[in-house]
Design a protein around this ligand. Sequence first.
Ligand code: ADP
Length: 916
Amino acid sequence: MMNTPLRHWLIEHREPLLAHWQLLIEQQAGALVAHHQPTPALNGSAGFPAERTILLASLYEGLVDAAGDDVAPLNDRLRHLHALRQQPGEADLPRYLSIMAQLRRAGWDLLSDSAHMPTSVGEFETWRNLIEQFDRLIEQTTQALAEQWVSAAGVLQHELHETKLLVESLYHDAEATDRTTLQVSNLNQIAQGLSANMDRTQQLEIVGSTLRATLEVALLSIWLFDAEAQALILARSWGHDTACPPLGTADTPAVAEDLMLRAFRGGEIVAVKTADPAKQGPWYRPGHAVLNVPMIVQGQVVGVIAIQDASNQTFLDRSQQEFVKSAASQAAIALENTRLYNEVLRFNSVLEQRIAERTNQLKIERDTLETVNQIAIETSSTLDRDLLLEASLTALAKLVGVKYGSIMLVEAETDHLIDCAVLGRTGEIGYTRFAMGQGIVGWVAQHKRPAIVPDVCADPRWVPLPDTNGEMRKTTGSMIAVPLIAHHQTLGVLLLSHEQIGYFNDDHLRLLNASAGQIAIGINNAQLYTEIEKELLHRSEMFQRQESEASQSQAILQSLSDGVIVCGEDGAVLTANMACERILERSIEELVIWNLPELLRRLLGRRADEVPVEELLARPIDAYHKLRSFATVFQMGTRMISITLGPVLNSKDALMGAVALFRDITREVESDRLKTEFIGTVSHELRTPMTSIKGFTQLLSMGSLGPVNDTQKEFLQIIQTNAERMISIINDLLDITKIETGSVELDLRPLHLAETLSTVMMELQPAIREREHELVISIPPGLPLVRADSRRLNQILGNVLSNAVKYTPRGGKIELDAREVGSDGVPEQWRDGLKPDARYALVEIRDSGVGIAAEDLDRIFDRFYRTENPLKVEAGGTGLGLSLVRPLIELFGGRIWVQSVLGEGSTFSMLIPAAL
Ligand code: ADP
């Protein structure tokens, strides 16, 4: 087919041309129309018969083809035009020609329309050609029409029939197309309606009412499957006047025939012209045709659309069924979407609610954290306990939303809980007190557990308290209390109260619990701080005191006239006073650079062993728990200096060092020497005349120089006795002098103790007899010889024995024992200086006399010391005897000591070295 400009133009302007043509024909005359029965309107074109429209359209198509030089289809259609005659022989030709004329006019109208008018020479040419061709086409067509008309006179009857059938089928095709178009448009409408809506009721309304209007049916209902009820539930109905009960979907024989269920279970369209009402559910209206279409989404039947009508049965047509099926599946999808959407909405709202709840929770948690943090900052920034309590309590009360509260702390002395911070009641700090375990607060403190009390009145632990005015406090509302615990120790209780019953909840408890630890630590810190502060103050006072004491001691030390050198535990000299410089003739600087043992070695040479610093530092206390000390005297040039060494212990008896005391005793030594010399000289000078007195008195009393009467004799005897006493005193004094000047001459030799004793006993016998004492002497035969000076041993034994005789009341008992001992047989106190492997004779003289008080035991060995006792006067004496005995026996290398019980008797023990 040729694609001529005319054909092109005709195709391009099909719509306006056809419409205009149709309009012109209508306006011209209704002649053609008048002969036809009107067919139901399928579209909006008012009153124009459908087949005419189709015919014109078909004719037009023929013209299009003819414009492309293919005239056959046009001729065909013209034949059909001819066949439209109602009665054979009817003179229709003029009218048909008129139709063509109208087309020509329509064409011209369009071509002369301003939009189509040429604006250039080139365009004009085209335009003119087009007009020409168009005119020609009309002309040819008119011609062909006329020819056909003429030749058609003998058209065969069957041809006519054929044409009629063709037109009919064309008509039906067109109608079907229209209906499909309508259905598509309705489906489209449904789809748009559904997609624009998410409301189930409205969606049902859109689907139901559109379907019902389109299909023109009496009854329509939509049934949806309810999973919970396992039944089809009537969701919405149109035309039904009664409500239908749910239709159970369970597979029971009773409902086997039900068409609704069949559609639902099978997922297939069920279409029947009529059904047996007995076998149907109440949804069925007898005598009605039924179309039940399942609603399927994703292979799942979710409901059924049920259509019923008694007269109109077009909905049973296949195409209608398809239409309903499409609508049903759209509805199913939309409803499912809606269901999902609603679920999402519901889920959203649940989520929103959860978010709101969580947000609220987070807010509370944030507030809680903020408060706890604030408290933490507070506790770490202040060591003022009261400030801390106040701030914490206020912050917590604000967060919890209460006006009343307090913090009660445990008072260490009484173990009572006492208000230390109070909120809501003024001026009551320290007023309220609870014993441990008393009241709710006491309970919390004792059990170390928090308590929420919804109604204090109803709580058995509640103890109502009077307020400061003596009136009972208000006792309604609720309370919360938590223990304040630090390092496992309950420091107190924090409590908040509210007038409302049941005000407090677990959130409050959590908050309080979280804060309680912080507060407790803060309190603990504050208390520790206070204690440390106190301790510091105490120490600084002590330090000041020590400082002043030290400077005082230093001042005293410096002002002493004796030299003092103090050394540490290691012997290093710590301090030396000014007097040292003078006494030791060395500068302090020189003294302090040595250690004390070295210094003493320099001063004393070999004699430094007499003041053994190292030994003292190693063993500052002796076996009798007394401080050891050493002393000696040494010469420095012409001066005599005494040195005394002792340990320095602190208040806890721990060794700190040693102190050496130096004293210049040159003058004392000198005066002592002079005194001894004087006594020696005087004694010596006295002894010569006393000897003469004694000798001449003896001569006189013997009557060698003439007769003496009894009285004279008696007097001479007294003179003689006193002279002897005097000589004895003088001898003692001379002995003292000798001992002091170190000029005692000893003749040490082995002696029989028994022999010496017998000499002594001879002298003492008269006195023993006179005093009627019993004397028991026991000397074992194997006793070794002793090494001693015979005269001095006599003197020693005589002195001790005569004391026993003198200081024992008449008729007493005196025992003398002797035995051999090693140094280990000697009491420790007297062992010092003894040779460990040496042998000794121990002589013990026991009496049943007056005894010696403990405090006198040492002093009786001092010169001139005599104890107060009942026999003091009767016994007579100078107190010199024992003071001679001790140095003499020590000169032998022996020892003497005494044990006594006052009023019962004494035992004098003498240790004398055995002769080898
Ligand atoms: P005197 O006997 O001349 O007084 P001594 O030196 O011998 O001096 O004794 C000193 C003192 O010791 C005595 O005065 C006496 O108080 C006491 N005394 C000595 N021996 C005994 C003793 N056996 N019993 C009690 N007291 C004694």
